[in-house]
Design a protein around this ligand. Sequence first.
Ligand code: UTP
Length: 446
Amino acid sequence: MADIIEVLKAAGQDDLLKHLETLSGDARKNLERDIASQDWNELKALHAEKSAANLSDNVSADLQPMPFKIAADDLRYDFWKETGEILLGKGQVAAFLVAGGQGSRLGFEGPKGMFDIGIPSHKSLFQLQAERLQNLAAQVGHPIPWCIMTSPLNHEATVNFFTENNFFGMDRQNIRFFEQGTICALTPDGKAVLDGEDHLALVPDGNGGCFRALAQSGSLAWLIERGVRYVFLYSVDNALCRICDPAFIGALASEGRSMSASKVVPKAGPNEKVGIFAFQNKKPGVVEYSDLPEEYRDMKNPDGSLTFDGGNIAVHLFKLEGLRKLQTSKLPWHTARKTVCGIEQCWKFEQFLFDAFPQLGTMMPFGVIREEEFSPVKNAEGNDSPKTARIMIGKLHKEWLKKAHCEVKADKLYEISPALSYAGEGLSRRVFERELGKSILEFDEE
Ligand code: UTP
């Protein structure tokens, strides 16, 4: 207790201290626990730094594009795929899902992974991912460990959902759930915000908290014990994510002195709201859409294509050494001013996982085709919504069927269960006839 008093005094949190002293019993214990979870020196320094600076995160003038090629056009693609399958088959690859976000734009109450985007099977995003992983695991002949990061706001609901659904048929031993950290919101003048009498207003510390949380939860050690060497890190809301894509894994493993690789799609246009891969002061990384100065956003090559064209789809692969390094490295904090617990203009802080890249040195961009691999579910309607995801899945799966010479209907879209096909393989006319109405479902665009 003496420690807390000293720390809070030094951090200028006298009001919080006075409030704590009015509490007793469980209420006091609750608040003490919240207080002990925070680094008050860091919060003080952060508030001072961000108050002094312009709110927008600075982007250095020395910005260079990061060239990338569509990997499937590379002659080495099949070799990469085989290499990845061998590594998966040896149990050297794990999946790491960051699912601690609040999904506020989608407006769905509950973990986003539980969301049903409205495809005919009504499978949740979690189920689609679980089935795709299991299919791949069966093909390579080895289970794929799955780390799932939640936040204190959605942990219980996530674990309950998996439990109620019997882990979608996966072996519970191969899944590890853990919570990310939180950081206290501050009032405009730097005081801790209270959420009720006996709690601080603690918000998830951003998807960049994943490296710390992986290590602190013991999950990094769990992966090391299992002999994992590559970790495939992805977001919960990409309905087309090729989880643990063997070619991606094989490319990093066989080409790379890089510590990490990232999937890249050509931007749909200068105004698409995705971060772009670029070199800042010669270091590779991602620049957020909102931080990219207009002159760079609109810059064109002589052939008319965008100069800063490499869109970030939040699909990454890390070598284990990279994750070891990142567990203790400090990522920058980004800020937003929001109303928190009724107080306007509070400071909310978060870290972004892509800020890890400049710390790891070289990285490998791996170009992919948007229609095959990227359909984020961010908004309730319009762009990047459940409807766009439904249509993209329907069109892609129809393409797979066409390639397999199946007689699809021109005015219909198709959903193929990830348990039947991971990425279009294993389809034929016979399979189509057998599975239509079962693992293959027909639907209308509307
Ligand atoms: P987004 O940046 O899209 O945020 O997250 P979000 O919380 O899902 O949605 P909005 O912005 O509130 O509408 C990208 C990925 O990072 C995860 C999300 O769960 C998603 O998979 N994430 C985000 C975390 O794991 N923790 C966080 O603190 C924030």
